[in-house]
Design a protein around this ligand. Structure first.
Ligand SMILES: [Fe+2]
Ligand SMILES: [Fe+2]
Length: 469
């Protein structure tokens, strides 16, 4: 016999550091894969309201994954295995969620089944763990739960407006995913395992693959381009734009920046597709790209808000192009990133943002100035992301630099060839848009005192000949 004091308190038998890190790692894997899946399905979703919500939730999911990953690393610091041997059950579960046959079914499955299952796993963890010993986990999980619940409520409210009965119509898919989850003991892995739903009518679909071309929301007319600098062959479009410029160059900048912001969705798509295409990069790659992609969706939303703020019927008046993502479709993912980096770096180097802000200030367009100011702050980060990750992917040496230049030059040739190939498509013509827009703008103009700003400004373009001109 030995002598001891009685235990000072009772503790849950399973609440130990190893168990905590295993549990949270399982959740990290789900969040990480969910983030990548949301990124990919964002690309494949055309309905604008759903699209931008998926993008925001993708970014929030990256923050959740990051917080969990950091906590797993802390639990017996310095753990090195957080990004090794991902739980195959969790990978398979999220891979099933990705297979929703369209955006509506995908949304039904994620927001109707997977997120509630995640919330349950986090709540179960909180119910078990010790709030003093494991306080950092408790803090993280309470915030993640709040975010997830807000995501579910927001998506349900959005579905009410955009696609009523979405959740009822996808009940069978949600049921299938619920059974997939139960078959692996839930996300916690602690539930009773039920047989996998192999005979379910929705089981056995092929693995999800991201689309290499995008469509825009069906409320818009199909369009390839959005502003005249993209397509040098569209002479009528350029002339129609010049009529808007003739009203006042300030007016042209107000409208240009809003249309161009709105169309930045292609940049969000290119980055999101990279998050899917690259599947074995370091965690910070995904964290940075999640932010980058969501920022571009925010910029697009800034443009949409400005266009709506003028009281315009946006789908009727504003072209929403898909040429950039679609022209890049056949490129390897690294080449798409290289081209995006080239554009963004060029904009920043040329000081374009500062010039645009000056002109918008001269127009006394407070909202436009604010949007551009925060956009500029974001873009500076994006250039550093591009610089960092392209060096990582290509090698931080002369050969890497040369390869970056080769990829960029070739990408610009591909874009130029795409433009030439589609120059006569009706969808490539911008004059009908700008003719309609001219009259709408002209009817709204108001006078302000002239500050005599000398407006000199040229957009950054992909085509060397247009640059020279
Ligand atoms: Fe942007
Ligand atoms: Fe950007």
């Amino acid at each position: 016999m030995v002598k001891v004091l009685p235990a000072s308190r009772t503790a849950h038998a399973d609440v130990r550091v190893d168990n905590a890190s295993q549990y949270l790692k399982r959740c990290y894997v789900v969040e990480r894969q969910l983030m990548r899946t949301l990124a990919a399905r964002f690309v494949d979703t055309s309905q604008w309201d759903f699209k931008r919500q998926l993008s925001q939730d993708m970014w929030e999911t990256s923050r959740h994954a990051d917080a969990l990953r950091t906590r797993v690393l802390e639990l017996r610091y310095p753990r090195r295995d957080v990004d090794k041997k991902y739980d195959p059950d969790m990978l398979a579960l999220v891979a099933e969620c990705a297979k929703g046959q369209d955006s509506l079914e995908f949304i039904g499955g994620v927001y109707g089944t997977l997120l509630p299952e995640l919330v349950r796993a986090y709540q179960d963890y909180l119910d078990q763990t010790d709030p003093l010993d494991d306080a950092p986990s408790v803090y993280i999980l309470r915030h993640i739960i709040a975010d997830k619940q807000a995501q579910i409520e927001r998506m349900r409210a959005l579905a009410e407006q955009v696609a009523p009965r979405l959740f009822e119509a996808t009940a069978e898919w949600q049921d299938y995913l619920r059974q997939c989850c139960a078959a692996v003991g839930g996300i916690s892995g602690q539930g009773t395992r039920t047989p996998p739903p192999l005979n379910h009518s929705l089981a056995g679909r092929p693995a999800y693959a991201i689309g290499r071309s995008v469509q825009r929301d069906s409320r818009w007319r199909p369009a390839l381009f959005h502003l005249p600098h993209e397509n040098k062959y569209d002479v009528e479009g350029r002339k129609a734009w010049q009529r808007i410029e003739a009203l006042d160059k300030r007016v042209a900048m107000q409208v240009w920046s809003a249309i161009s912001h709105f169309n930045e969705i292609w940049a969000a798509e290119v980055v999101a597709a990279s998050m899917w295409d690259f599947d074995t990069q370091p965690w910070d790659f995904y964290l940075d790209l999640a932010r980058w992609s969501w920022d571009e969706t925010r910029h697009s939303t800034m443009g949409y808000r400005a266009l709506q703020g003028w009281g315009w019927n946006v789908p009727d008046l504003i072209p929403w192009g898909n040429a950039l993502y679609n022209a890049m479709g056949p490129m390897p993912p690294i080449q798409r990133l290289a081209l995006l980096y080239y554009y963004e770096d060029g904009l920043l180097r040329a000081g374009t943002k500062q010039i645009e802000i000056k002109i918008l200030e001269s127009a006394q367009d407070d909202g436009g100035v604010q949007d551009m100011d925060f956009d500029w702050a974001d873009e500076a980060i994006h250039v550093s992301y591009g610089y960092t990750w392209l060096r990582h992917l290509l090698g931080d040496n002369n050969a890497g630099k040369e390869e970056l230049k080769r990829l960029t030059d070739e990408a610009r040739e591909i874009i130029a060839a795409f433009v030439a190939q589609h120059k006569d498509d009706p969808q490539a013509k911008l004059a009908p848009y700008f003719d309609r827009l001219h009259d709408v703008i002209a009817s709204m103009l108001q006078d302000i005192p002239d500050d005599n700003l000398d407006v000199h400004w040229a957009p950054v373009v992909a085509d060397e000949e247009v640059l020279k001109a």
